[in-house]
Design a protein around this ligand. Structure first.
Ligand code: UD1
Ligand code: CA
Length: 464
């Protein structure tokens, strides 16, 4: 079987986005636009992949995790035909078929690409292109057909006559084409059209004139060939993508109380019988276990959450790990490096960062835990602060098992508390404390009876 190559077009600026960011770098479903088509194409296991870049070339290169790519620079964006021709060197001595994809057409499915290749080989075609029938074909190149229904050419909207514009069958901009034919035909494409560009679709007319076989495959669901040219289209596609991701998780046994306000990235996973409340964003490589409850207004990024965890209302979690049975929130902020054992409780207005808490430990109110290791079954009282930063460096705190940290404690790092330490309320701890010890800061408590009344009288007197 012929070898398969892929050319992904990603050099354009995306003028209609009105953005300083190259169009293909605008995120869709949590990842750069062009990576969608690239990852789909990779599943066909192509022998060679070339990505044509130009606008914001180095930024686009950096956004791609793949190493085995022929990066092809198109210095000036002279049109899609010119862009593909730039990849000619990358396909020297390549006699197989090339699949051409647009970086701005993200939802194309592997199945559709396979159907195109199958059709192409079955017909021994020189080129096979994907078409779609749209209610509103505006902006797309139109497919021209003869009386027998055979394709006779493609005309861009800007070059089309009013009657050609009425054609609802459009060019999806996705092609399977024999490499030798492609590059020889491209060298003959001219730019005498409305846009002064070298149009890739012009190779169709060149092939037909040579008596080559040109095949077409029509997509059933036109959404998969939608291109993104504007912010409105980006938003519409984001919504479509979000709906299909939500649908996938609901079908897998996850309850979404309000799918309209649930945002789940493609890269996230969720276990069965987890119930997710409204206004929840589950981003990046977040992995949520089974039977969890997320009350709502949660913003999770790269968070690994065990089974039966309860995220109460309004929780922000980034780059952290939470084991089974933990209860977090409401109003908690778990920052990177947070690692919570089973059944840990983190309550309202608690912030953690680089904080490892052992099983069953609780910090229920108004606390900052940064650069700290805490053992198991320890209780961190309300208003506890790890003073980890002196304006120059960060220091570590360690707290043992079964420690009782009284309310309003300040732990001045570096400091270590052994197991079973008991810290009296309102203590400032500056030194390491051996296991089992009590810590308190002696302060005499004084009482002046009748003081308030005296004060008030004095203040009134002053006003007169
Ligand atoms: C193109 C097709 C049109 C088709 C539509 C489908 C042409 C001339 N027209 O139009 O028939 O209906 O796609 O979505 O091909 N690019 C480059 N270098 C360039 C120009 C473009 O790399 O010099 C890249 C763009 O970054 C983009 C892709 O090619 O990823 C398509 O270019 P775009 O300008 O969006 O083409 P359309 O006008 O949408
Ligand atoms: Ca486009």
């Amino acid at each position: 079987m012929a070898e398969l190559g892929v050319i992904l077009l990603a050099a354009g600026q995306g003028t209609r986005m009105k953005s300083d960011l190259p169009k293909v770098l605008h995120p869709l479903g949590g990842k750069a636009l062009f990576l969608h088509a690239l990852q789909t194409a990779r599943r066909l296991e192509p022998a060679r992949v070339a990505i044509v870049i130009g606008h914001g070339a180095s930024a686009v290169q950096q956004a791609s995790p793949s190493v085995d790519v022929n990066w092809t620079i198109q210095e000036r964006q002279l049109g899609t035909g010119h862009a593909v021709l730039c990849a000619k060197e990358a396909f020297a001595n390549f006699s197989g078929e090339v699949l051409i994809l647009s970086g701005d057409v993200p939802l194309i499915r592997e199945q559709t690409l396979r159907a195109m290749i199958h059709h192409h080989r079955g017909r021994r075609a020189a080129l096979t292109l994907l078409t779609a029938v749209l209610d509103d074909p505006k902006g797309y190149g139109r497919i021209l057909r003869d009386n027998e229904g055979a394709i006779s050419g493609i005309v861009e909207e800007k070059d089309a006559t009013p009657s050609q514009r009425k054609t609802r069958e459009v060019n999806a901009g996705i092609y399977v084409v024999s490499a030798p034919f492609l590059f020889s035909a491209l060298s003959r494409v001219e730019n005498n059209n409305q846009q002064g560009e070298y149009y890739l679709p012009d190779v169709v007319a060149i092939g037909l004139a040579q008596g080559q076989m040109i095949g077409t495959v029509t997509v059933e669901d036109p959404r998969e060939m939608m291109g993104i040219n504007s912010r409105e289209e980006l938003a519409a596609m984001e919504k479509h993508l979000r709906q299909s991701i939500n649908q996938k998780w609901m079908q897998a046994g996850v309850t979404l109380k309000d799918p309209d306000t649930t945002y789940i990235d493609e890269t996230a996973t969720i276990g069965k019988d987890t119930v997710i409340g409204p206004n929840t964003q589950i981003c990046g490589k977040t992995a949520i276990g089974a039977r969890c409850r997320i009350d709502g207004s949660a913003f999770l990024t790269d968070a690994v959450v065990g089974d039966e965890v309860h995220l109460r209302f309004s929780v922000v979690m980034t780059g952290c790990r939470v084991e089974r049975g933990a209860i977090i929130g409401p109003f908690a902020h778990l920052r990177p490096g947070t690692d919570l054992g089973a059944n840990v409780h983190i309550g309202n207005f608690v912030e953690t960062k680089e904080a490892k808490l052992g099983e069953g430990t609780k910090a229920n109110h108004l606390t900052y835990l940064g650069d700290v290791t805490v053992g198991r079954d320890t209780n961190i009282g309300a208003g506890t602060i790890t003073c980890n930063y002196d304006g120059f460096n960060k220091y570590k705190t360690s707290i043992g098992d079964r420690v009782q940290v009284g309310s309003d404690t300040t732990l001045v790092a570096p400091v270590a508390l052994g197991d079973d330490v008991y810290i009296a309320t309102a203590s400032t701890v500056r030194h390491d404390i051996p296991g089992g010890a009590l810590v308190y800061n002696p302060r005499e408590e004084r009482v002046r009876e009748g003081w308030t009344e005296q004060k008030r009288r004095k203040m009134k007197g002053n006003k007169k």
